[in-house]
Ligand binder design. Sequence first.
Ligand SMILES: Nc1nc2c(ncn2[C@@H]2O[C@H](COP(=O)(O)OP(=O)(O)OP(=O)(O)O)[C@@H](O)[C@H]2O)c(=O)[nH]1
Ligand SMILES: [Mg+2]
Length: 330
Amino acid sequence: MTPSDIEPEIRSLFEKVKEGDRSALARSITLVESRLMSDYSSRVALLTLSDMTTASAFRIAVTGMPGTGKSTLIEKLGLSFIARGHRVAVLAVDPSSTSSGGSILGDKTRMTDLSRIESAFIRPSPNVGILGGVTEVTRESMALCEAAGYDIVIVETVGIGQAEIAVRDMVDFVLLVTIAGAGDDLQGIKRGIMETVDAIAVNKSDGENVGETRRVALELHSTIDLLHPRIDGWKRPVAPVSAIEESGVDALRDMILEYFSICDESGALEQVRREQRAAWFDDALDAYLRLYLANTSSFSKRRDDLAGKVKDDGLNPLEAAMSLIDGLSL
Ligand SMILES: Nc1nc2c(ncn2[C@@H]2O[C@H](COP(=O)(O)OP(=O)(O)OP(=O)(O)O)[C@@H](O)[C@H]2O)c(=O)[nH]1
Ligand SMILES: [Mg+2]
């Protein structure tokens, strides 16, 4: 698609996005979140207009188990970046759509203080059916935020082990938020997660928790030190913080900015971007294939027939899958 093929409505929507119109950005994100075939060409158009070849923003994922304080920390970290002149976009998990019933956490997701600020944009997104809350459209939304001039894009994901891995090839930096006493679950997945994170914040280091938080931070530090960092020369920090008391938050911001300046100087960010685009193509291909087939009625009908035979007549599922796909004329 060349820019001249793009419909005037999409072009004018994108112009508004570029001008920093937050409601136009919100509308564009709604469009890229659409699962309708009829919206697909608008999604392509929006992405064609966004320049995806430059690393214009830093993409940060904040991940961790439910309730560790990710949203609270993102809000404080966002304010801290803004105090340094950055513009911050947050793609937050919308807990109202998760089974944990997040209406109580609604205010946290809205990030009230941050959302009042002109240079911030907050987008809670549904994470229905998506592993760990990273939606397949997160990349598209990030690209639009960058086009709108946000130079820091933060994605919140609920870490259930796989989420960190899913988000890893979408962002430049993964911050794991944990708390003291997070329990055995965390121990079990610690190593796998640790290999994918660039820093750990041990949150809720306040009140009587301070001592225990420091102890956990030291322990995690000695574990993470044994693993290879993604970027040479980066010593992955493990910092006790309190999002509520805002202690350690500015230091965390400076540490993230330092990481980005190391990457910038070495050209590592360009390399990371190239890899992100390659992974993006793989995901886009999978997603489009599913969308295309779901919208091809002869395919859907044949799939439903075969599904019935697998279920009721004992047809071998592998054979059914093979005959369905081999039957396509590619
Ligand atoms: N004591 C203390 N409590 C905190 C801190 N940060 C967050 N909390 C509390 O922890 C609870 C969960 O905070 P959230 O920021 O919603 O946590 P989250 O990780 O985003 O939660 P999910 O999105 O549901 O996974 C809230 O009651 C917060 O007030 C902190 O630094 N200290
Ligand atoms: Mg949250």
